[in-house]
Design a protein around this ligand. Sequence first.
Ligand code: CP
Ligand code: NVA
Length: 308
Amino acid sequence: MQHFLSLADFTPEQIISFLDLADALKAEWRQGGNKPILAGKAMALLFQKPSLRTRVSFEMGMKHLGGHALYIAPTEVGLGKRESVADIARVLSSYVDGIMARVFSHEHILELARFSRVPVINGLSDYNHPAQGLSDLFTIREALGRLQGVQLVFVGDGNNVATSLMFGGALTGMNVTIVTPPGYEPDPVVVQKATQMAAQTGARIQTSNDPQAVAGADVIYTDVWTSMGQEAEAIKRRADFAAGYQVNESLLAASGNANVKIMHCLPAHRGEEISDAVADSENSLLWIQAENRMHAQKAILARLMGGA
Ligand code: CP
Ligand code: NVA
C-alpha cells in the first residue's frame, strides 16, 4: 500500500510517471470522460482547515473516476481532541478506501498513515503541500514543455508550498530559488534535504533575501504571506513582506523575461503578495494551475486506489 505524504518519498521516475498518468487522464477527460476505474470506491476528505481547491478538486476527481468522496468538515472530527488520530485512522479504514487529510501538524498526517489500512493523501500540512507540488510540476511541464533546467523563483514565505516546490524541483531537474525577507527562510533541514535529493537530477536549490533573484526566471511563484494558522502574525508579516516582496509589474520586469509565467497556489490576497495587474496578466497561469489540481490529483487517486 502506498501513501502520498511528501514528494520527498518518491523517486524521479515515480514523479514523472505520475505526471504522464495525469497527462493521459486529462486527455481522456477532455475526450468525453474518464473510465470508471474507481467504481465502488470511496474516499474520506478530512479537513482541519478551510479549503476551496483541495476539497472540490479531490471530490470531482473521485467522481470523474467513478468513485465517491465524503467531505468531513473541521468542526466534525476534532482530530486528536475528540478522538485520537490513531483511532480515527482505524475507524475510517473500515468505511472507506482512501483518506485525504488537511491538518495543522504534519505529525498527524504521519500518524494517520501509520494506523490506516487504506492509502492516506496529504492535502496540506504545516510542513508541506505535496498534492499542490505535483500539480504545479504538471502545470509547468504542460506550459513550458519541460521541467529539466527550468528556473523557478518563489517569492514569499519559506512555507509548506515552498517546501513541496523545492522537493518537486529536486526530483525533476527544475532549479528552485526561494526568495524571502530575512527571518522567513525555509527550514534549513528542508533545504539540505532538497539539495541532497537534487544530486539525482542536477537541479539547483537556493535561497535568497533579494527579490532581484527573479532575474532569468521562467516561472515566478508566490503564496500568501500569512498561512492558515498564523493569523496572529498577519500585521507583522504584512510589514516585513511589503518591503519589496510583492509580485507586481516591476518584479515581472526584473525577471528580464517578457514571457515569464506567474503562479500562485491560491487563495490570493490581491494587493499583498500579488498585484491585480500581475494576477490577471497574460503571464498568469493561475486559473489553469487551479484546474490542473484536479487532473494531477486524479493520477494520485488512480495509482493509490485504482492500481493504475
Ligand atoms: N491551493 C489550495 O490548496 O487551495 P485551498 O486551500 O482552497 O484548498
Ligand atoms: N501556505 C498556504 C497555502 C494555502 C493553500 C497555507 O498554508 O495557508
